[in-house]
Design a protein around this ligand. Structure first.
Ligand code: UD1
Ligand code: MG
Length: 455
């Protein structure tokens, strides 16, 4: 059956106390609404309709996706009113599933179970049994146990408030029938809203079977209304991320201290220590280990690499057998070839480092190409910026750069050259020779250190 998915996302989200529309707040590094749209896209060929209102333009522009049909609800007159804005654009012979822009963890399989009922002409609700049902609409059943309707908390009697079976809001129905029921809604209730939930009683009155699909995972139905709930769902989401990484064979030293805000593609026997934050698309090769407190963003790392504690690596391509850190910063457009070493307090930006080369201590290497077999001594700085433009440094193969050297770009150090420690190199250094710029050392014979005068 052809499926149309309606995602409600027009509400203000007052309790977030935020300038950002609620559905744009990130969960796992992606807007809440992005998770919902992705789950909806899991249904091949489904039409996606998103109802927006508060911050509509910002929400819409956050998703330039051409397959999303945006519908503006100028005034938020209730969930039934929101669905009514979309129905004119949906043909009668389609099935509809209603989702929520602020309920990000709903599972595809759960929606699929709802859809099965709509496909055969019935209406289905996703319900849950909660120990603390406060705030939710309650499922009212007749004496035979059949669903008779939904009563909102604010409209419920004391007896109805004791009901623990709640409405999660997710619903599936045939479009033609839903159109009729939605058209018949009124706002004669405690909140003066057009409640989507009232279609249930209308369906029952029409003799249509209302089925309940009950979820066993209480987290998939949770919505975000404030930042506490957002933080709670973030942990829940990260728990799922950690679980799937471990199932794929990754060792997480502590799954509770792991954050994957994007995707991880990991080889065999990868080990990730505590407090790793992975953002964007990260690839880790076989047997690679990530130390504690490491941030990796949009980075691909080869096999047998050790990233030691407290490194930040962004938009880099790292070969195999490389050692990085502790305390190294690898910035965008950096490539480290196989078996290179980058040590503590080294920053590398927009540079290529050749096979087996070592930059082990306290250096800044920017806009540089480093050949293979190079040793860069402690405290080497490429002076790549003259205040107006960036310039490149080229270091050939098998070069040795002595400690505390400044390479003032543009400059080239040719193959096999040696640079004496403490040099400031402003002109190209020839191949195979020792180049240094250093004031000659002097010793003043008999010189006396001044002494403090006694008062
Ligand atoms: C709704 C259900 C309630 C259910 C609960 C689950 C109704 C009347 N009640 O209540 O039975 O237990 O969800 O969380 O449906 N929205 C719009 N336009 C509107 C109103 C709402 O787009 O005019 C969107 C909101 O942005 C939100 C969602 O619909 O994402 C739900 O609206 P909300 O006001 O939170 O409904 P609840 O009172 O929580
Ligand atoms: Mg709500």
């Amino acid at each position: 059956m052809n499926l149309s998915i309606i995602i409600l996302a027009a509400g203000q989200g007052t309790r977030m106390r935020s300038g950002l529309p609620k559905v744009l707040h990130p969960l796992g590094g992606r807007p809440l609404l992005g998770h919902v749209i992705d789950t909806a896209r899991g249904f091949d060929g489904a039409e996606l309709h998103v109802v927006i209102g508060h911050g509509a333009e910002r929400v819409r522009s956050a998703f330039p996706d051409p397959d999303v049909h945006w519908v503006i609800q100028d005034q938020q007159l209730g969930t039934g009113h929101a669905v009514a804005q979309v129905l004119p654009g949906i043909a009668d012979d389609r099935a509809i599933v209603v989702m929520y822009g602020d309920v990000p963890l709903i599972r595809h399989a759960t929606l699929d179970a709802l859809l099965a009922y709509a496909a055969r002409g019935d209406i289905a609700l996703l319900t849950a049994e909660l120990d603390q049902p406060t705030g939710y609409g309650r499922i009212v059943r007749d004496n035979d146990g059949h669903i008779a309707g939904i009563v909102e908390e604010k409209d419920a009697s004391d007896a109805q408030r004791l009901i623990c079976e709640i409405n999660t809001g997710f619903m599936a129905a045939p479009a033609g029938r839903l159109r009729g029921w939605v058209a018949a809604l009124d706002n004669d209730n405690a909140q003066g809203e057009f409640y989507l939930t009232d279609v249930i009683a209308l369906a029952v009155a029409d003799g249509v079977t209302v089925s309940a699909v009950s979820t066993q995972d209480p987290h998939e139905i949770l919505g975000v209304n404030d930042r506490l709930q957002l933080a709670g769902l973030e942990r829940r989401y990260q728990h799922r991320q950690a679980e799937s990484c471990m199932q794929a064979g990754v060792t997480l030293i502590d799954p509770a201290r792991f954050d994957l805000r994007g995707s991880l593609q990991a080889g065999h026997d990868v080990v990730i220590d505590v407090n790793a934050v992975l953002e964007g698309d990260v690839v880790l090769g076989d047997r690679t280990t990530i130390g504690p407190n490491v941030v990796l963003r949009d980075t691909s790392i080869g096999d047998d690499v050790a990233v030691l504690a407290n490194c930040v690596i962004e938009e880099a391509i790292i070969g195999s057998g490389v050692r990085i850190g502790p305390f190294a910063r690898i910035r965008p457009e950096t490539r480290l070839a196989d078996h290179s070493h980058v040590g503590n307090f080294v920053e590398i930006k927009k540079s290529d480092v050749g096979e087996g080369s070592k930059i082990n201590h306290l250096s800044y290497i920017g806009d540089t190409s480093v050949g293979h077999g190079v040793n860069i001594g402690a405290g080497t700085i490429t002076c790549n910026y003259d205040g107006a433009s960036k310039h490149r440094t080229v270091i050939g193969n098998d070069v040795f750069i002595g400690s505390d050297t400044q390479l003032v770009a543009p400059v080239e150090v040719k193959d096999g050259a040696t640079i004496g420690a403490g040099s400031t190199i402003t002109r190209d250094a020839p191949a195979g020779e020792l180049t240094l710029s250093r004031a000659p050392q002097q010793t003043r014979k008999g010189w006396q250190r001044p002494v403090k005068k006694q008062p």
